[in-house]
Design a protein. Sequence first.
Length: 141
Amino acid sequence: MIPADLDQVMAIERASFPFPWSTRFFLEELRVECARSLVVEIGTRVVGYVLFWLLPDEIDVHNVAVHSEFRRRGIGRVLLEQVVEQGRERQLSKVTLEVRESNIPAQMLYRSMGFTHAGVRKGYYADNGEDALIMALPLGG
């Protein structure tokens, strides 16, 4: 992801989340030393993205979203597979993420990739106080 992608990324972000991150937040993420981001483009159109942090022993996924017109086509899986591959290349121990308790489609994707339930963050989402499930994928690094 580069700053030139942000208009398209923000359109996906706003359509995907009830309380989307701001453009400023994305710009700040692009400057954080441990932060990484990937986009999937079809032609010149950004159709999905992932933001994650490379930490000393693990990867923490912060945000994954796919444009509504391109969901259920494997784009989210491709993005996460790339994240997992980066973790394996660096011999990290695991990939972690949080997901809304009500987001069953995302949970199904994560489980299909081998993520398992690792805990709960009570009241994690500020918009409605919904709990977040912590999910983790061991990498064996």
